[in-house]
Each structure stands twice: as structure tokens, then as C-alpha cells.
Design a protein around this ligand. Structure first.
Ligand code: OGA
Ligand code: FE
Length: 281
């Protein structure tokens, strides 16, 4: 089924600039740390496009991870300090694991990492220098290859068995403080993404290489955001799905600057968990 185009076009929206991938020779590569001498930090240069980003609140119940590739959920948390890594792991991880398992009717959920972000004006998203910054490129965290590899990387003993079933990589993203008005997240309706829009790109760490998708502009893309998210709300983002039956497998997303954000809005603070979600067949 999916969302009706006419209904979407009558939703409130903001107009904002999103950074797509500019044409590039070869496989785009980005260093997650200071690059070796003579190499650029990234060959994935931004190509900004101004697009409407529709308010998903009025249609949130009609949106699903399987179809659009994201979902808005209510998920109050007992965590007091998301900057306390120990509390995040001991309080947030188990609660989120149970929540995702129940919400997705999964057999098992494994949380493999998390990222806390706090926007600091004029700061680039460079690891180890300042808090992680909002991600200002349209991307998908995993690819067909790296999504699958995550299972071998994190659960090597059980990987063969787990890979016989359905595997998803799902992020649980939430504001640390709400209502969030600064640098919200935009999600692309996965049904509007053509396979050729996704460009596998190397992400190079000191000790390993990851692969993510950069995304080429396509005027068919339909973008959504959830205005003024509260600290009781969260987004589920689909970053990989082994299912190849027509469900959305990869959900592009990016932070964006909302031109309607009041000048005195507090800077965005958010946390995202990255999780492996398993279904036996
Ligand atoms: C994510 C992500 C970007 C941001 O959660 O996968 O890309 O700015 N977040 O929060
Ligand atoms: Fe992401």
C-alpha cells in the first residue's frame, strides 16, 4: 500500500538543504581519523539539494520499518545521564534491547554500539576532538556487505546459525532533551529510493574498515522528519535488512538545519544505539 502521494503533499513541511553525494571517480572513501599525509579526509564531497521535508507526526501510525524504513515510537527511559557511559550500558542497553525485541517481535536483539552527539556551533564531526556532531550527509550506516558482516564481527560463534534467519541492523535514535528543535533528523522514505541511488563507500578506522552507503540525489526521494521530538520519543531507523522480498532494506537519513528553528533553541543532544535484530524463520 504505502502512503498516498496526495495525502503527503497536504502535510506541513519545511524546506531545507540536504547534502547528497557529488559525482566521484572511484569508490568514495572517508577516514574516521586524521588521514595519512597527502590524502583528503574524504572523497565523498557534498552536493546540496533543497528539498521539502514533511512532518511525519500526522501519519506516524501509518509509517513502518518494513515499508518506509523508519518508525516513530514512544519509549520513556529511566536513564538520568546519557553522558555516563556506564549508566547507558547498564540501564539503557537492557531496556532498549527488551523494547526493540517486543516492538519488532524479534527473537533476539544485540546492541553493538552507541553514539552520543551534542552540537557545538562551528565544529566538524571529527572523532576524539569534540562531542560527535550531527551527521550532515545523507547516508545509510550499513551496506548489503557490512550489514551482514556485523553478525560475524560481533557474534562470531553464532554467526552461521544466525545468518540462516532474517537479520536487520536497526538504530534507536532519541533526543536526550526535548522538545528538540535544533538539527533534527530527516528520514528518506525507502520506497522512493532506487538501488542505483546507493553508493557503497569505505569508512576507514585505524583498526578496521567499515562500509556505508552515500546517496545520490534522486528527485523521487520523499523526506520526513518529526518536529519537536520529546525525550520520551524515539526513532527506529532501518540500516540493513537481509530480507529481499520487497521490504525496505536501507533507510537513508541525515541531520539537517531547519530554517524555522528559533535562534535560541538549545543545541541538539541525542543518542543512537546500533543493534542487530534477529528473526528465526
Ligand atoms: C544515525 C545517524 C545522525 C545524527 O543515528 O544513524 O546517522 O545526526 N544520526 O544524529
Ligand atoms: Fe546514520
Amino acid at each position: 500500500m504505502g502512503l498516498q502521494q496526495s495525502n503527503i503533499e497536504s502535510l506541513p513541511f519545511v524546506t531545507a538543504e540536504l547534502n547528497y553525494l557529488a559525482p566521484v571517480a572511484g569508490k568514495p572513501r572517508t577516514y574516521a581519523y586524521d588521514p595519512p599525509p597527502g590524502e583528503p579526509r574524504t572523497t565523498a564531497l557534498p552536493e546540496p539539494h533543497i528539498v521539502p521535508i514533511f512532518d511525519a507526526r500526522l501519519i506516524a501510525d501509518a509509517i513502518s520499518l518494513d515499508r518506509e524504513g523508519f518508525a516513530l515510537v514512544r519509549h520513556p527511559t529511566a536513564v538520568r545521564n546519557f553522558y555516563d557511559d556506564k549508566e547507558v550500558r547498564s540501564v539503557y542497553y537492557p531496556a532498549a534491547e527488551a523494547f526493540i525485541k517486543a516492538t519488532l517481535k524479534a527473537d533476539r536483539v544485540f546492541i553493538f554500539d552507541h553514539t552520543v552527539r551534542k552540537r557545538v556551533e562551528g565544529t566538524d564531526d571529527v572523532r576524539g576532538v569534540a562531542p560527535r556532531q550531527p551527521a550532515t550527509r545523507v547516508h545509510v550506516d550499513q551496506t548489503d556487505l557490512s550489514g551482514r558482516n556485523r553478525v560475524r564481527e560481533h557474534l562470531p560463534e553464532e554467526a552461521d546459525e544466525l545468518l540462516k534467519g532474517r537479520v536487520q541492523v536497526i538504530n534507536l535514535w532519541r533526543p536526550i532533551r526535548g522538545p528538540l528543535r535544533d538539527a533534527p533528523l530527516a528520514m528518506c522514505d525507502g520506497q522512493t529510493v532506487a538501488p542505483g541511488d546507493l553508493v557503497a563507500s569505505d569508512l576507514i578506522y585505524p583498526n578496521r574498515n567499515g562500509e556505508t552507503y552515500s546517496v545520490k540525489f534522486n528527485p523521487n526521494h520523499r523526506w520526513f522528519y518529526v518536529p519537536e521530538m520529546t525525550a520520551d520519543e524515539a526513532l527506529l531507523l532501518k540500516c540493513y535488512d537481509s530480507a529481499t522480498d520487497g521490504r525496505t532494506r536501507f533507510g537513508p537519513h541525515t541531520a539537517f538545519i531547519d530554517p524555522t528553528t528559533p535562534a535560541d533553541a538549545p543545541p541538539r543532544e541525542s543518542i543512537e544505539l546500533r543493534t542487530l535484530v534477529f528473526h528465526k524463520h
